[in-house]
Design a protein around this ligand. Structure first.
Ligand SMILES: [Zn+2]
Length: 463
């Protein structure tokens, strides 16, 4: 079994502005090899994280080698951030008719246009549904009235040019998913809502709009009873089986297991500001990060590492959300920016190397920053030494930075800021892993482990 390999950081291509209304984003994974184009839509309802995280993982951890995968992972972005089914009502009932003064109007119009795009062959609408759908009533949680663990079709076969046989395709997919169940209870079924026969509620949905506009479409439901990573696991299984059947080929950079999916969801929360002058890794951020050096008299400019990250103005700073999670609050300090610095020389555990601003550097024991000229002033946030103002050329050891200045809850990530006169030139993040055993448990003898823990304790007490 190979180690978890993550593509480190795939930055979303568009630069986002915090001032705008939260609009959904479109991510086109294209192969340049002839094949079908599928459209995966996540987050039509904001409180169904299995669906939108699965869609987001396609963007950050998949590569297409045949055909195309278009992804909208955050259709109802504002509701995702608010952890609400729909802050403006249920968006998935607005596809037959939507009022022009409805706050969701623009989003509905834009996604309809994308669905109708002549290139799109197949549409997936991602959901987390209640309980477990069963054809026969078993108990209140397992019944025909439930939606979880099912694939929703509006009718057995569609009046569309490509892939009209959605019933058959979906039963094949269900059979494949059921080969990889985590538990018998999670068994998938196809649920046919027979929308055209008078289901007025389902007639207002995105999939019904799609099938009436010449596109094959299904709804994918994982159960809200399961954890987010288990839901995303099932969603990705379902999508992959459809992709294979339709002839869309792809590569995935992690192993499809719930624990690994969980890690892929949790570890990927970074924001690069101003062309990567500073990068914040906020996967385990404290609830408040102070004195973030943002650019004076300029609009906030940032690239999140995945499309479910939102940075929105609140008071004098910015709140950061990731899917349904509130991550942190950034309290800015404004500076003019200096653009003269791209890399800076550092000595890391005794080895000299050039480090790009906006990097995260792992340090086992010590580092120092050795700027090329005296123009640069270095400030290691949380480290002080009497009589030292410019912290360049100072050896900084693990344990010598006051822990409360770390940007993460674990006390591992520290900021090194570089200034040119009073202008901000860039930031580097230093990560002191708590102890070596975290990364390579097999090579650590128990004694060494114990020693490492004692040293950690000693350094903690010394602060
Ligand atoms: Zn839903």
């Amino acid at each position: 079994m190979h180690r978890l390999l993550f593509t480190l950081l795939i930055l979303i291509s568009s630069i986002t502005s915090a001032e705008e209304r939260l609009e959904f984003t479109i991510h086109k994974l294209e192969s340049n090899v002839e094949g079908p184009t599928v459209l995966v839509v996540g987050g039509i309802q904001g409180d169904e994280p299995g669906g939108f995280h699965a869609a987001s993982l396609l963007v950050t951890h998949y590569r297409v080698t045949k055909g195309n995968i278009w992804v909208v992972p955050n259709l109802n972005f504002e509701s995702i951030i608010e952890r609400s089914r729909g802050v403006n009502g249920d968006m998935n009932r607005k596809f037959a008719h939507v009022l022009e003064n409805d706050p969701d109007f623009q989003a509905v119009v834009r996604i309809k246009e994308l669905i109708r795009n002549p290139d799109v062959d197949f549409v997936f609408n991602m959901h987390d549904g209640s309980g477990f759908y069963r054809e026969e009533h078993s108990d209140w949680l397992h019944s025909p009235l439930r939606w979880g663990q099912s694939i929703i079709i509006d009718q057995e076969s569609l009046d569309v040019e490509r892939y009209p046989n959605v019933g058959e395709l979906s039963r094949q997919t269900v059979a494949k998913i059921n080969e990889r169940l985590l538990d018998e209870e999670h068994t998938y079924h196809v649920k046919n809502t027979k929308t055209r026969d008078g289901d007025t509620e389902m007639a207002k949905t995105l999939t019904f709009f799609a099938i009436n506009n010449g596109k094959a479409a299904v709804g994918l439901e994982a159960s809200k009873t399961l954890s987010t990573s288990e839901r995303a696991y099932y969603h990705l299984n379902a999508l992959e089986h459809y992709f294979e059947t339709l002839g869309v080929e792809f590569e995935r950079s992690f192993e499809l297991e719930p624990a690994v999916v969980q890690q892929a969801i949790d570890d990927n929360i970074q924001i690069a500001f101003y062309q990567n002058k500073l990068l914040l890794d906020i996967a385990k951020a404290r609830s408040h990060i102070g004195y973030v050096p943002l650019q004076k008299n300029a609009e906030l400019e940032f690239k999140p590492s995945n499309p479910l990250i939102a940075v929105t103005r609140k008071g004098k700073g910015y709140k950061v959300n990731y899917g349904n999670r509130s991550v942190t609050y950034l309290q800015p300090q404004f500076f003019d920016y200096d653009h003269s610095l791209d890399t800076i020389t550092m000595e890391i555990d005794g080895v000299e190397r050039d480090v790009h601003v906006g990097s995260v550097i792992e340090v086992q024991d010590n580092f120092q920053v050795n700027p090329q000229t005296d123009d640069y002033r270095v400030n290691v946030i949380g480290w002080t030494k009497q009589g030292v103002d410019n912290e360049a050329w100072q050896q900084i050891r693990k344990g010598s930075i006051r822990e409360r200045f770390s940007i993460d809850e674990d006390g591992e990530l520290f900021r090194v800021e570089v200034y040119n006169n009073d202008k901000f030139s860039g930031m580097i993040l230093i990560r002191f892993p708590e102890n070596v055993a975290d990364s390579e448990p097999a090579r650590q003898a128990p004694q060494a482990l114990q020693q490492a823990r004692l040293e950690t304790l000693a350094s903690l007490n010394g602060r």
